[in-house]
Design a protein around this ligand. Structure first.
Ligand code: ADP
Ligand code: MG
Length: 609
C-alpha cells in the first residue's frame, strides 16, 4: 500500500483559504449548504450513471445524505452515497479551483478593505472550501463508484498543503468529517442543523438523515399542485435554487399531461444581466426526467434569449437514457421548449398589462433579451413585439410606451410608425428633423439602444403599420408649399451644383419649422448611427450620401437667397453655403479634418465686422 503523500494546494486555493480561515463572515452556516449541495451533485451524478448498465460499485445502496454529530470529538460529519472520488479526482477537484466564479470571488475578496464584510460568499457559494470557515481540520474519506476503486483519505487543516493516503471504506460515496473550531460548536446542535437545512437546503431531492433520523422532506415543489402552494413556497425554492437573497421579479408554474407530460417552474431573477452573463455557465433551467437531473443549467430547454431564466423543467416523456448532446433536438424537448416559451411570454405580457411598474423593472433588466428574441425567434415575433417599450417625443424622457399605445395615439391620417435613433433622449430631442412632428403633435419613438433599429427593421410592421425613420426623406408628414417657386428652385439648383457629390440631393424641406437646414436619409437607407456601426465593423463600408434639406422660411436661408439673386458668383455666398453644409456634417460626425472648416469660419467672422 502506498503511504501518505503530502501535496500542495494550487496557489489560488491557498489564497482563498487564507481569506476563509480568518473570515468573520456572519453567515458561516452556508458551509453546510455547500457541502449538502455537493452531496446532491454527487447523488445526481450517480443517478445519471445508473441509467446505463455499466458496472457501478454498490449499485443497490440507498441514495441518501447523512449528517452526524459527535460532541465528544467536536466533530460534524456529512456523508453521501454519491459518485465518490478517485485519488486523481481528489487532487483535481479539491486541490485546485476550476470554477471561474470562485476565482472571481477571490479577486473581489482580496480587493476588499479590512473589516469589510465578505457578503459575496453567500452569493458566489465558494463551494467546498467554505468549510474552513468553521473547521480546524477536515478529513474526507471517499470511494469512487468505478469498478475496483479503493478508498482514500484526504486530510487538511486549511494551510498550504493536504495529505492523501489509501484508506479502507466499505461503501461507495464520500464522508466529510469536520473537526470544528472552538467557536463553531453551535453546529453540533441538531436544532441548529435542522434550522440551516430548512433555510437553505429544504428542497434537496434526496433523503437527509440527522443522526440516523429521517429529516422530513417534501416532494419536489414543481410536481405539487399549484393550489397547494403559496408565494412563500415559490420564493423559498428560488432561494434554494439560486442562493440569491432577493426575491424573483416573477415566476411561472406550468403543468401539463397531454400531449406530453411536464412540470415547469420558471423564475425571472431580480439581478442584473451582467451578473448573469458573468456566470453564464450557471444560468439556465435545470432539466429533469422523472425527477432525475438530466442536465443542470440546461441551455436547451428554453431558447438562448431566455437563458437568463432560472428554474426547473421535469418531464416523464423525455427519455431517461437521452445523451446530453442530443437533448437539443429531441422531439419532446423541442415541443416542451416551444410550449413553455409561448406560455412564458404570454405570462410576461399579462404582467405588463396588470402591473406596469413591475414590467418596467423586468424590461430594464431583460428588455435587451426580448429584442434578441425578435431577431431569433420567428414564431414568437409578434408576441415579443408587444413587449417592446420606448421613450417617445410626446411622452418625454423617462416615460415608456409600447407600440399599442403609440398606435392608439395616431394623428388623423397617420399611417406610419415613426422612430428616430440617437445616443440619448436629450441628443435626439434636439434633432431638427423632429420640428414638423412637434408642430403637428405626431409622436416619434426614440431608439436609444443601438439594437432598436435592427429590431424595428426586422419587424418591418406592427399590426400592419410600417415603421418609418423620422429622418427619412420620404416621410408623409409636412406639405410642400414652395415647390413652384422658381427663384427658390434656382437657388436649390445652385446649391446642388456647388455641393456636387458631397450630398445625395438638395431639397426644399417640409419637415423644418425653425432650423435653416438639416441632413436626412435617402429612402430606405439606415440611420447615420447604424451606418457608423457598420463602418466600424467594415472599414470599406461607404456611408450613404445624405440629402440636404433647406427651410425657405428661415431668415438665414432667405438672406442667402437674396444674395444669390444679386450676384450668382458671390465668393461670400459660396463660403456661406459650404459652411452651412459642413456645419450639418459636423453635427453628424461626418467631417474628420476640421482645418479647412475653421479657416473658413474665421473668414466669415472677419467679414461680419
Ligand atoms: P462546485 O460544487 O461548484 O463544483 P465545490 O468547491 O463545491 O465546487 O466542489 C468542487 C468539486 O469537488 C466538485 O465539483 C466535485 O467534483 C468534488 N466534490 C465535492 N464534494 C463532493 C462529494 N461529496 N462527492 C463527490 N465529489 C465531490
Ligand atoms: Mg459545490
Amino acid at each position: 500500500m502506498k503511504g501518505r503523500e503530502v501535496l500542495k494546494f494550487q496557489s489560488e486555493v491557498k489564497r482563498l483559504l487564507d481569506i476563509l480561515v480568518y473570515s468573520l463572515y456572519k453567515n458561516r452556516e452556508i458551509f453546510l449548504r455547500e457541502l449538502i449541495s455537493n452531496a446532491v451533485d454527487a447523488l445526481n451524478k450517480i443517478q445519471f450513471e445508473m441509467l446505463t448498465d455499466k458496472y457501478i460499485e454498490d449499485r443497490d445502496i440507498e441514495l441518501r445524505i447523512d449528517i452526524k454529530t459527535d460532541k465528544d470529538k467536536n466533530m460534524l460529519i456529512v456523508e453521501d452515497t454519491g459518485i465518490g472520488m478517485t485519488r486523481k479526482e481528489l487532487i483535481d477537484n479539491l486541490g485546485t479551483i476550476a470554477h471561474s466564479g470562485t476565482i472571481d470571488f477571490l479577486k473581489r475578496a482580496e480587493k476588499r478593505k479590512k473589516g469589510e464584510e465578505l457578503d459575496l460568499i453567500g452569493k458566489f457559494g465558494v463551494g467546498f472550501y467554505s468549510v474552513f470557515m468553521v473547521a480546524k481540520e477536515v478529513r474526507i474519506l471517499t470511494k469512487s463508484f468505478r469498478k475496483g476503486s479503493s478508498g482514500y483519505l484526504w486530510v487538511s487543516q486549511g494551510g498550504e498543503e493536504y495529505t492523501i493516503e489509501k484508506s479502507k471504506k466499505e461503501k461507495r460515496g464520500t464522508r466529510i468529517e469536520i473537526l470544528l473550531k472552538d467557536d463553531a460548536k453551535e453546529f453540533l446542535e441538531e436544532l441548529r442543523i435542522e434550522n440551516i437545512i430548512n433555510k437553505h437546503s429544504k428542497f434537496v431531492p434526496f433523503p437527509i438523515y440527522i443522526n440516523g433520523k429521517p429529516f422530513e422532506k417534501k416532494p419536489p415543489i414543481w410536481s405539487q399542485p399549484k393550489s397547494s402552494l403559496k408565494e412563500k413556497d415559490y420564493h423559498e425554492f428560488y432561494k434554494y435554487l439560486t442562493n440569491f437573497e432577493e426575491k424573483p421579479l416573477a415566476y411561472l408554474h406550468l403543468s401539463a399531461d397531454a400531449p406530453f407530460q411536464f412540470h415547469a417552474l420558471l423564475y425571472v431573477p431580480d439581478t442584473s444581466l451582467e451578473f448573469i452573463e458573468l456566470f453564464k455557465k450557471e444560468s439556465g433551467v435545470d432539466l429533469y426526467s422523472r425527477k432525475v437531473l438530466i442536465q443542470k443549467h440546461s441551455k436547451d430547454i428554453v431558447p438562448e434569449y431566455l437563458s437568463f431564466l432560472k428554474g426547473v423543467v421535469d418531464s416523464e416523456d423525455i427519455p431517461l437514457n437521452i445523451s446530453r448532446e442530443s437533448i437539443q433536438d429531441d422531439a419532446v424537448v423541442v415541443k416542451i421548449r416551444k410550449h413553455i416559451t409561448k406560455k412564458f411570454l404570454e405570462h410576461i405580457k399579462k404582467i405588463k398589462k396588470k402591473d406596469f411598474e413591475l414590467y418596467l423593472k423586468i424590461w430594464k433588466k431583460f428588455g435587451r433579451k426580448f429584442k434578441e428574441g425578435i431577431i431569433s425567434d420567428f414564431d414568437n415575433r409578434e408576441l415579443l413585439s408587444e413587449l417592446l417599450l420606448f421613450e417617445s417625443l410626446n411622452g418625454g424622457e423617462g416615460k415608456f410606451i409600447d407600440l399599442e399605445e403609440y398606435k392608439k395615439n395616431f394623428k388623423e391620417g397617420q399611417t406610419e410608425i415613426y422612430y428616430i435613433s440617437g445616443e440619448s433622449y436629450s441628443a435626439i430631442e434636439k434633432n431638427p428633423s423632429l420640428e414638423i412632428f412637434k408642430e403637428k403633435g405626431i409622436d416619434v419613438l426614440f431608439c436609444t439602444d443601438p439594437v432598436d433599429e435592427f429590431v424595428l427593421e426586422h419587424l418591418k410592421v406592427f399590426k400592419s403599420y410600417p415603421f418609418k425613420m423620422a429622418e427619412s426623406s420620404d416621410i408623409k408628414v409636412g406639405e410642400d408649399k414652395k415647390k413652384d417657386d422658381k427663384e427658390l428652385n434656382d437657388f436649390v439648383k445652385y446649391l446642388k451644383e456647388l455641393y456636387g457629390d458631397r450630398v445625395g440631393d438638395v431639397r426644399i424641406s417640409t419637415r423644418l419649422v425653425k432650423s435653416a437646414c438639416t441632413l436626412v436619409n435617402p429612402e430606405n437607407s439606415p440611420s447615420i448611427q447604424m451606418e457608423k456601426i457598420m463602418k466600424m465593423m467594415n472599414k470599406d463600408f461607404e456611408i450613404t450620401k445624405k440629402i440636404f434639406e433647406i427651410n425657405p422660411e428661415n431668415p438665414l436661408i432667405k438672406k442667402m437667397q437674396e444674395l444669390y439673386k444679386k450676384d450668382k458668383d458671390s465668393e461670400k455666398l459660396k463660403n456661406l453655403a459650404i459652411h452651412l453644409l459642413e456645419s450639418q456634417m459636423l453635427r453628424e460626425g461626418l467631417i474628420k479634418d476640421l482645418n479647412e472648416y475653421i479657416e473658413r469660419s474665421e473668414k466669415i467672422m472677419i467679414e461680419s465686422f
